[in-house]
Design a protein around this ligand. Structure first.
Ligand SMILES: Nc1nc2c(ncn2[C@@H]2O[C@H](COP(=O)(O)OP(=O)(O)OP(=O)(O)O)[C@@H](O)[C@H]2O)c(=O)[nH]1
Length: 345
């Protein structure tokens, strides 16, 4: 009897805008020697991350090995989307030797790890490791804890995990499931902040989990892949805020899409986005804009009020040159006011 080795899969989790796609892109660029495939999931309906990966010009990024699941959070569509997507990749003529799974920033990784025990796939794949990417600058700015010191004190007295901040719950669920924590955006932190954030992370995770610091997700694939964690056999060590819920929903968060008119120059739009992100506490905004006379589409990426933009690839002749932004925030986002502030079609 021949025993076929299970295909290792790395789950890349991390809050909105932490740098997951950037890290996955680096692995694709540096992961030579191993046939990789990617399953990429987004909270919004428009697959920006898949587009970024496909637009990156890396030879190994062929269309069939990048599967986009943009039909809600992957943790809630395991049966309908995730397991069939994995099966599809395993059925390719040239199946991948390692699969990267990038979850949405709001997904809980544990239901995904659990899915690896499903009979349809259990004998064929294993979770090589859960990699949690952390936006160090956001943690340093206190985004995930109203008062980290008070919280640490409270933890010391009360070991239950529950509290009311939905951002923090998602963030902690991602850390608590991790085999490796990537402390990203080191360039945006002072040495003191880096130390403080690393200590905060360690305090939040009861197991000994390695924390590696980086900028732009630049880590050797040898550090990230081949962890051999078999996380699906080790679920008890990965507590979640949602362990007692039959189904997790994302009611705490809102998302919508804005169509953006063609522009002569990007500066005005970028300024309006920055102002709107601050005024309305937008967590994440990303998409593409059309700049008149430019053959390339402009990729716009906002995390909080920090914005980046670059021309990433030429518009394809068959695609509509329609600017479009996905906006994500906590429940109660004022869509009309944001649309007006940013200027939509
Ligand atoms: N300054 C700085 N920016 C970074 C770093 N890593 C990523 N970014 C930027 O942060 C933004 C978000 O990065 P992504 O890789 O798209 O983050 P993500 O976690 O995939 O985002 P979602 O899928 O929307 O949750 C982009 O503008 C990146 O260029 C870093 O180390 N430093």
């Amino acid at each position: 009897m021949t025993v076929v080795a299970k295909v290792p899969c790395s789950i890349v989790t991390g809050f909105l805008g932490a740098g997951k796609t950037t890290l996955v892109r680096n692995i694709l660029q540096n992961g030579a020697g191993r046939r990789l495939a990617v399953i990429v999931n987004e909270f919004g309906d428009v697959g920006i991350d898949g587009e970024i990966l496909k637009g990156c010009g890396i030879e190994s990024c062929n269309e069939e090995s990048i599967v986009e699941l943009s039909n809600g959070c992957i943790c809630c569509t395991v049966a309908d989307d995730f397991v069939p997507a994995l099966e599809g990749l395993l059925a390719l003529d040239n199946p991948p030797e390692h699969i990267l799974i990038e979850t949405s920033g709001l997904a809980l990784p544990k239901p995904l790890v659990q899915a690896f025990n499903w009979p349809a796939i259990a004998s064929r794949v294993t979770v090589d490791g859960v990699i949690a990417v952390v936006d160090g600058a956001a943690v340093a700015a206190g985004r995930f804890a109203d008062d980290p010191d008070a919280l640490a004190a409270q933890r010391a007295e009360d070991t239950s995990l529950d509290h009311d901040n939905p951002l923090e719950e998602v963030f902690e669920d991602q850390l608590l499931c991790a085999d490796l924590i990537v402390l990203n955006k080191a360039d945006l932190m002072t040495a003191d902040e880096r130390e403080k954030v690393a200590a905060e992370i360690k305090a939040a995770v009861p197991r000994a989990v390695k924390v590696v610091e980086t900028t732009g997700g630049q880590l050797d694939p040898k550090v990230l892949l081949g962890l051999g964690a078999a996380a699906e056999t080790d679920l008890a060590a990965r507590p979640s805020h949602h362990d007692n819920e039959a189904e997790h929903d994302h009611d705490d968060f809102d998302t919508f899409i804005l169509d953006i008119p063609s522009l002569d120059a990007p500066e005005g739009l970028l300024e309006r986005i920055r102002t709107a992100a601050d005024a309305h506490d937008i967590l994440r905004i990303k998409g593409f804009a059309e700049i008149n006379g430019k053959p390339m589409r402009l990729l716009i990426q906002g995390v909080g009020s920090r914005l980046q933009h670059q021309f990433d690839r030429p518009w394809h002749p068959e695609e509509p040159r329609q600017g479009r932004l996905v906006v994500i925030g906590q429940k109660g986002l004022d869509r009309d006011a944001i649309a007006q502030a940013i200027g939509t079609v």
